[in-house]
Design a binder for this molecule. Structure first.
Ligand code: FAD
Length: 568
C-alpha cells in the first residue's frame, strides 16, 4: 500500500577537486627531495596557490566553458579575407595565468638556477588539466625560445626571445611549429614547401597540414630553398611572423580549422603559404637537425601533460569512489575497485618519476651541469619518456572513465574530454613507433643504454627495505635482458619489429627502479609507506615486455587473402 509520500529521487553527488598541490603526495614529496629547504620555502606558497586555483575557479570555468570552441572567420562582410580567430574564454584566462605564474618565463628567469625547469614543470603539471590544452602553444613557445637561443642568430634572439619568455601581456608572444605536410609528419624529409630567395629574405610557398595554435605571433617552420636536394638535409629552418604591423596576414591563408577527436579548444589549422616572408634562422640546409631543440622541449612538455592528465583523472576517480555507493559500500571500500585504482596510482607514480627525472636533467643541461653520461641519459630519456607516458596516459584515462560507470561516458560530466585529449599525446611530437625507432636506431644508442642502466642500477642501490630490494632486482633484470636482446646480433628487420617492445621495457624498468628509490626516500625521510606501496604494486604489472619477435608471423597474419563465399 502506498504511504502517499513521494521519496525524493536519489541524486549522485559529483566528484570534487580540492587543492591539487595538497592532494598530491608524490609531487610534494618529490619536490621536498629535490629542492633545498630554503628553495622549498620560497617556492611552495606559489605552487600552493596555483594548486587551489586549478582545482577551484579554473576547473569550474573549464566545466562552464565546455561547449565553446575557437572560431575562424575567413571573410568580413565586405569581401575582405581576414582569417580572424577567436579563442575560448577559458583560453583567455589560461593566458593570464600563464603570465602570472610564468609558465614559460620561469625556465628562463632561473630563480633557482638548474632547478628552474623543475619549478616550471611542477606548475605546468598542476595547470595543464584545467587549461583545455593551452599548454600546446606554450610548449611550442618554450621550444621556439630554446631553438632560437641554440641557433646563435643574434638578431632573431633579440627580437623574439624576450617576447616568448615575457610575463607582460603587451609583450608576450606564442610560437607555432609548422612541420607536418600532407606528404608526412614522421617522414618530414618529403616536405614540399619551397623557399625562394627575395633579397636577403625568403618567400615560402606550400601547404602546412597541421598547425596548432595558429593564433601565435610567430612560427618556426621548414622549407626547401630552391636548388637544395631532396630529403631532410635539403630543408632549412625559417622564422615567420604571422601578421604585419597593420595586423594583415603575411601571405598566409587559414584554409580551415581541423574537426578533431580531442584538443577541440586548440585551433589547429591547415595553412597555405603563398609568398610568406620568412627569415633563414641558420644555415641553408639541415633544417631537421636545426629544429631538434624544439622537439626536445615539446616532447618534455608532452610527458608532463601526460602525467598531469593521469593525476587529474585519478583525483576525480578517487573523489567519486568516496561518494558513490554500490552493493552497500562506498566504491573505495570494494576490494576490486580499490585494486583497480591502486594499479592506476602505481602507473601514475612511475610515469611521474621518469618524467621529472627528464625535467631535472633538462634544467641541469641548460646550466651546463651535465657530464657525458648524464647527457647520454637525457638524449635517450627524451623519446622514451614521451612514448611511454603517452601510452600510459591513454590507458589510465580510459580506465578512469570506466571507474565512473555510465557517467564516465556522458559529456556534461566533463570526463570524456580527458580521454579524448589524452589520445593526442602518443600521436603528435612523434608517434610511439617513430620514437621507438628514434631510441634504437639513432647514433648514441649504446651510450644511452649504458647511461640508462647506470641510472637504474644506482637507483636500486639506494634501497634497503627487503621488499623494495626484490622489486629493484626485477627492474635491473629487465634492463639487463633488454641489453642482451640488443647484443644478440639480431637481424635488422627483427630489431625494427621489436623496437617498441624494447623501448617500453626500458621505460618500465627505469620507472620501477625510480619508484624503489623514491619509496626508500619516503620511508627514511617522511615515514610514509605510500611510495613503497606504489613500487610494489607497479612491480606486479608487466615490466619486461620483450619476447621473441617474428616478422614472418606478422606477414602471414597481415597477408591479403582472396575472399570466397562459403555457400556455393
Ligand atoms: C591535434 C593535432 C595537432 C597537431 N599539430 C601540429 C603542429 O602544430 N605542427 C606540426 O608540425 N604537426 C602537428 N601535428 C601533426 C603530427 O605531429 C603528425 O600527425 C605526427 O607526427 C604523425 O605524422 P603523420 O600524421 O604524417 O603520420 P604518419 O607518419 O603517416 O604515420 C602513420 C602511422 O605509421 C607509423 N609509422 C610511420 N613511420 C614508421 C616507421 N618508420 N616504422 C613504423 N611505423 C611507422 C606511425 O607510427 C603511425 O602509426 C598535429 C597532429 C594532431 C593530431
Amino acid at each position: 500500500m502506498s504511504s502517499g509520500r513521494h521519496d525524493a529521487p536519489f541524486t549522485q553527488p559529483p566528484p570534487r577537486l580540492g587543492n591539487q598541490y595538497r592532494d598530491d603526495p608524490l609531487l610534494g614529496s618529490w619536490l621536498r627531495r629535490t629542492l633545498s629547504l630554503a628553495q622549498m620555502r620560497d617556492f611552495e606558497p606559489e605552487i600552493d596557490e596555483l594548486g587551489a586555483t586549478v582545482g577551484g575557479p579554473l576547473y569550474e570555468l573549464q566545466l562552464a566553458d565546455r561547449l565553446n570552441e575557437p572560431r575562424l572567420t575567413q571573410w568580413d562582410a565586405w569581401g575582405e579575407r581576414i582569417d580572424a580567430l577567436e579563442v575560448t574564454p577559458l583560453w583567455r584566462e589560461a593566458e593570464r595565468l600563464t603570465l602570472e605564474y610564468g609558465l614559460v618565463a620561469t625556465a628562463y628567469e632561473r630563480r633557482h638556477g638548474p632547478l628552474a625547469r623543475v619549478e616550471q614543470f611542477a606548475k605546468v603539471y598542476l595547470f595543464h588539466p584545467s587549461s583545455d590544452v593551452y599548454t600546446c602553444p606554450l610548449a611550442m613557445t618554450d621550444g621556439a625560445a630554446r631553438t632560437l637561443l641554440e641557433s646563435g642568430n643574434t638578431r632573431l634572439i633579440e627580437r623574439a626571445v624576450p617576447r616568448l619568455t615575457s610575463r607582460d601581456p603587451d609583450r608576450f608572444w606564442t610560437s607555432g611549429q609548422w612541420m607536418t605536410e600532407t606528404t608526412g609528419g614522421s617522414d618530414v624529409g618529403r616536405s614540399q614547401t619551397r623557399a625562394v630567395a627575395d633579397g636577403d629574405r625568403w618567400r615560402l610557398h606550400g601547404r602546412k597540414w597541421f598547425t596548432s595554435a595558429v593564433t601565435s605571433q610567430m612560427a618556426l617552420t621548414l622549407a626547401r630553398p630552391d636548388g637544395n636536394p631532396a630529403g631532410g638535409r635539403g630543408l632549412a629552418m625559417f622564422y615567420v611572423e604571422l601578421r604585419d604591423a597593420q595586423d594583415r596576414l603575411n601571405g598566409i591563408r587559414v584554409d580551415r580549422l581541423k574537426d578533431k577527436l580531442g584538443t577541440r579548444k586548440v585551433p589547429t589549422a591547415e595553412l597555405t603559404l603563398d609568398g610568406t616572408l620568412a627569415e633563414l634562422v641558420g644555415e641553408r640546409g639541415n633544417g631537421t637537425r636545426a629544429i631538434e631543440p624544439m622537439l626536445s622541449v615539446t616532447r618534455m612538455w608532452n610527458s608532463v601533460c601526460a602525467i598531469a592528465f593521469m593525476r587529474r583523472g585519478l583525483a576525480l576517480a578517487r573523489s567519486y569512489a568516496s561518494r558513490r555507493t554500490a552493493f552497500g559500500a562506498s566504491l573505495e571500500d570494494l576490494p576490486l575497485h580499490a585494486d583497480t585504482l591502486a594499479m592506476l596510482e602505481a602507473e601514475t607514480w612511475g610515469a611521474f618519476l621518469m618524467t621529472f627525472l627528464l625535467v631535472e636533467l633538462n634544467g641541469r643541461q641548460e646550466c651546463g651541469e651535465l657530464d657525458e653520461q648524464q647527457g647520454a641519459l637525457l638524449r635517450i630519456l627524451t623519446p622514451l619518456a614521451k612514448l611511454a607516458t603517452g601510452k600510459q596516459s591513454v590507458a589510465v584515462t580510459s580506465e578512469v572513465l570506466e571507474s565512473f560507470g555510465g557517467a564516465g561516458y556522458i559529456e556534461d560530466t566533463g570526463l570524456p574530454q580527458l580521454l579524448r585529449d589524452a589520445q593526442v599525446l602518443p600521436i603528435w611530437e612523434g608517434t610511439t613507433n617513430v620514437l621507438s625507432l628514434d631510441v634504437l636506431l639513432r647514433s648514441g644508442f649504446a651510450a644511452g643504454l649504458a647511461a640508462l642502466m647506470g641510472r637504474g642500477s644506482a637507483a636500486v642501490r639506494t634501497v634497503t627495505d627487503p621488499r623494495l630490494v626484490a622489486a629493484g632486482r626485477q627492474a635491473v633484470a629487465a634492463l639487463e635482458r633488454a641489453a642482451l636482446w640488443m647484443d644478440a646480433g639480431q637481424d635488422p628487420e627483427v630489431v625494427q619489429a621489436g623496437a617498441r617492445r624494447l623501448a617500453m621495457t626500458l621505460a618500465r624498468a627505469l620507472q620501477l627502479a625510480l619508484l624503489c628509490e623514491h619509496a626508500q626516500w619516503m620511508l627514511d625521510n617522511e615515514h610514509d609507506e605510500r611510495g613503497r606501496a606504489a613500487a610494489l604494486r607497479y612491480a606486479r604489472q608487466p615490466v619486461d615486455l620483450l619476447h621473441e619477435v617474428d616478422p614472418d608471423l606478422d606477414r602471414v597474419l597481415l597477408k591479403k587473402g582472396t575472399f570466397s563465399i562459403s555457400a556455393g
